[in-house]
Design a protein around this ligand. Sequence first.
Ligand SMILES: [Zn+2]
Length: 228
Amino acid sequence: MSVIAQQMLTGLTRPALQQIGNHRLQPAAAAAFFLMQQAAAAEGINITIASSYRDFATQLRIWQGKLSGQRPVFDLNAQLIDLSQLDDRTKLYAILHFSALPGTSRHHWGTDFDVFDSAAISSDYQLQLTPAEYTADGPFHRLDSWLGKHAARFGFFRPYRQYLGGVAVEPWHLSYWPQAKHYQSALTKEQVLFACKNADLFPQDLLKTEIDEIMRRYVFNICEGTNE
Ligand SMILES: [Zn+2]
């Protein structure tokens, strides 16, 4: 893989992207998305993208917002955490439940995106992207079941559909397996450390000490594509 392509894996350079409304995906992922969207529409489900391609700088801003207290940080029981009381290592792992370390987000690849069903809610509904919205009492339960049955047919899988001890459950997160599988296996800790070197996030020593654990628990520890 060329250096440029390697830097794409960590969000430092951008892949070729196709515009979908306000969102962007790689053309192959976009084409598969349109087919899936059409199939779901026939059943009254309007699969709508909430978030798609994100570069390193955007993911970094999310982390800086959480570290500075401008964005809330929750624990796995949806309780607010006061980061100011915690040491750097504890802060790092608290944020990793819900936000990928910049350089490790699957959103860097243009193959991954978050979806909801805009046909199931009123126009003034405040989208939260919480697991409760996708369970039996939530507005997106039909979407969740539909994706479970049909997403794989279009090449998509949900890497965070179950909690495996790393990233919290995200039933809304879809990944285009035919491309994402290559990126996932090409991504290394060295690329991530390189990307984070000048990011002014945590002391580089802390990241160097923790990077193996971060990669094992939050990057490679996903529900695989074949058993959606
Ligand atoms: Zn996502």
